[in-house]
Design a protein around this ligand. Structure first.
Ligand SMILES: Nc1ncnc2c1ncn2[C@@H]1O[C@H](COP(=O)(O)OP(=O)(O)O)[C@@H](O)[C@H]1O
Ligand SMILES: [Mg+2]
Length: 314
């Protein structure tokens, strides 16, 4: 369990976190999603007792990250943004060393079990320096899991991995997350969508929105979007459709389809269908299009533009 209340962090005179408040429960994988500089790593360092907040409170696994940092460290596993792995150490020895640092009983057995959890048993005797990036990330996960923490904090766990490694690590996180509290940061939307039960979007030190990936997707920003497919060229049809009252942003797409928007209170689909047929086209398909998470994300995190004159396209 993680409970964060009005967390702020200043670096000198710069405020990196502006009062974050959120929770994550056991058995939940929560995605911390935001562009570079949003404050993800800062928040995670506070939650792992690496550094104190400027103000506000964070309770992790039942303990305060400032006044009970030792208790927090016992119960939290942390995969930092860049894992400081000793490349000239053998995998098994490295994990044994991490287990000993934590004074874990039956350290060798524990290392063996952990290697199994991350699917690296056959690499136990290899040097860390000889491992691929994906395998090193697994070892990073293994050191984060060595003490079987209640809470797992993973800072951009798939960054720099190739696509097949990404899939493996995501599956592993999902599995691990079943009985723990996992907070993972990412700047990749589809990742949050695939791995997380809940997504917290953060931008410039503020939480912008917090919801399930499904709800975020359904959360249409005003207008409904429709795609239609007809037989033949649609170029001049877009102009025609665009003139119908209530139709917004009609345009033809590179794939030969045509799309437009309308306000829910003003369903113009029948008028559009009629116009298409009356113009001599066969209407093959007309379907609603949800906004992609990608678009919602851009919308939510875009810069507030000062009222400037728009630059015209040349
Ligand atoms: N050690 C630091 N000293 C000064 N500013 C920092 C430091 N670490 C991060 N920042 C600033 O705080 C903001 C949040 O950074 P960070 O938490 O690393 O974001 P993210 O992990 O989302 O990319 C950024 O503006 C960054 O420049
Ligand atoms: Mg970061």
């Amino acid at each position: 369990m993680i409970r964060v209340n009005e967390l702020t962090k200043d670096y000198g005179s710069r405020r990196a976190l502006h009062g974050l408040t959120f929770e994550a429960q056991q058995g939940e994988v929560v995605g911390f999603l935001g562009p570079n500089g949003a404050g993800k790593t800062t928040t995670m360092r506070i939650l792992t007792s690496y550094m104190p907040p400027t103000s506000g409170e964070a309770i992790v696994a039942g303990y305060d990250v400032v006044s009970e940092s030792l208790e927090v460290r016992k119960r939290v596993g942390y995969l930092p943004e860049t894992v400081p792995l000793y490349t000239d150490m053998v995998v098994f020895d490295y994990l044994k060393f991490m287990a000993d640092l934590r004074h874990l009983p039956d350290a060798e057995e524990r290392v063996g079990e952990t290697l199994e959890m991350v699917g690296m048993v056959d690499r136990a005797n290899g040097y860390i320096g000889s491992l691929s990036k994906g395998m090193r990330q697994r070892i990073g996960l293994a050191q984060a899991l060595i003490h079987r923490p209640e809470v797992l904090i993973l800072d951009e766990p798939t960054i720099g991995l190739d696509p097949s490694q990404v899939v493996e690590i995501r599956n592993l996180i999902r599995e691990i997350g079943k009985e723990r509290t996992v907070l993972l940061s990412t700047h990749i939307l589809s990742e949050a969508q695939q791995v997380c039960d809940r997504v917290i979007i953060i931008n410039k030190g503020n939480i912008v929105v917090e919801d399930t990936p499904e709800n975020l997707q359904a959360h249409l920003v005003g207008a409904e979007r429709v795609v239609l497919r007809v037989r033949g060229e649609v170029d001049d049809l877009a102009v025609k459709v665009g003139k119908i009252k209530g139709v917004q942003n009609a345009k033809s797409n590179p794939d030969g389809t045509l799309e437009f928007q309308f306000l829910p209170a003003q369903d113009v689909r029948p008028q559009v269908a009629r116009a298409v047929v009356e113009s001599g086209y066969d209407l093959l398909e007309m379907r609603p299009l949800g906004l992609s998470l990608e678009e919602i994300f851009l919308e939510l995190t875009k810069e507030e533009q000062p009222a400037k004159k728009k630059k015209a396209h040349s």
